[in-house]
Write a protein that binds this ligand. Structure first.
Ligand code: BGC
Length: 260
């Protein structure tokens, strides 16, 4: 059994658990704390520490993976579509490492979710190009080819008809504009047809909270590519961040993180 801690930072909640990255099972309860108002870097690091305390601390040598809803390049957060602008250009990985007193592996949230689906979920054993999209406040995407993640794809920001795709087709657009399933599916049709034309994927996976209602909108889509709902839902970010921490950085070791 290979243990790792996965932490998923989102716009409304910060979730974490210790997981077995061989089986994809959670070894502790999933702790969820609200994202601090404003989402400033300092406040988020403090909440992550609180979350680790709530888990009873983390032993030395256990890899820690954290995912975040922004482009993450060489540990630096390069965008902030739905989070505080203070994150743009910030050495976020270093900030967490300083705050936690040990090394971490830091990745984009959709990349973590996509990787988790390939390792443990709907895309397990699928070869070729898997394109995961998360439909939430924004649209997150993960491109995975033969099990290898191509990070920071950001296809939620494709410009379709002169508009940012996530602004028109994220689940938040359905809610904000009170769109029926049919009208929202019309927008999703445009979005997924564009992805199909550009990437010819072998499989689409749809994550995000609304994927539990996939029966309401999948039948309204006409696509050549098979499309499946994500199976890991709420735990995808945690599992993917933890699994990537082990895969990408097998040698991470550090001191215990213990409750004060
Ligand atoms: C961000 C992505 C993120 C996605 C889902 C988008 O607005 O640009 O980095 O993965 O939202 O959280």
């Amino acid at each position: 059994m290979t243990k790792a801690l996965g932490i998923d930072i989102g716009g409304t909640g910060i979730k974490g658990a210790i997981v077995d990255v061989d089986s994809g099972e959670l070894l502790t309860e999933r702790v969820k704390l609200p994202t601090p108002e404003g989402g400033s870097p300092k406040a988020i690091v403090a909440t992550v520490l609180e979350l680790i305390e709530a888990l009873g601390g983390v032993e030395a040598g256990i890899p820690v993976g954290i995912c975040f809803p922004a482009v993450v390049h060489n540990g630096i957060t390069m965008s902030a579509a739905n989070v505080s602008h203070e994150w743009i250009g910030l050495e976020a990985e270093k900030l967490f490492e300083k705050g936690l007193g040990r090394e971490i592996h830091f990745v984009n949230d959709a990349d973590a979710a996509g990787y988790a689906e390939v390792r443990f979920g709907a895309a397990k054993g699928v070869n070729g190009l898997v394109l995961l999209t998360t439909l939430g406040t924004g649209i997150g995407t993960a491109l995975i080819y033969n099990g290898v993640l191509v990070p920071n794809s950001e296809l939620g920001h494709l410009e379709i008809g002169g508009k940012d795709a996530e602004h028109k087709a994220a689940y938040s657009a359905k809610e904000r504009e009170d769109l029926s399933w049919k009208r929202w599916a019309g927008r999703l049709q445009k979005y997924y047809s564009t992805l199909e034309a550009l990437f010819s994927p072998d499989l689409f996976i749809v994550g995000g909270g609304v994927s539990k209602n996939y029966e309401q909108f999948f039948p309204l889509l006409d696509l050549k590519t098979p499309i499946l709902p994500a199976v890991l839902r709420n735990n995808a970010g945690i599992l993917g961040a933890a699994a990537l921490a082990v895969t990408e950085n097998a040698a991470i070791v550090g001191p215990n993180i213990s409750p004060k």
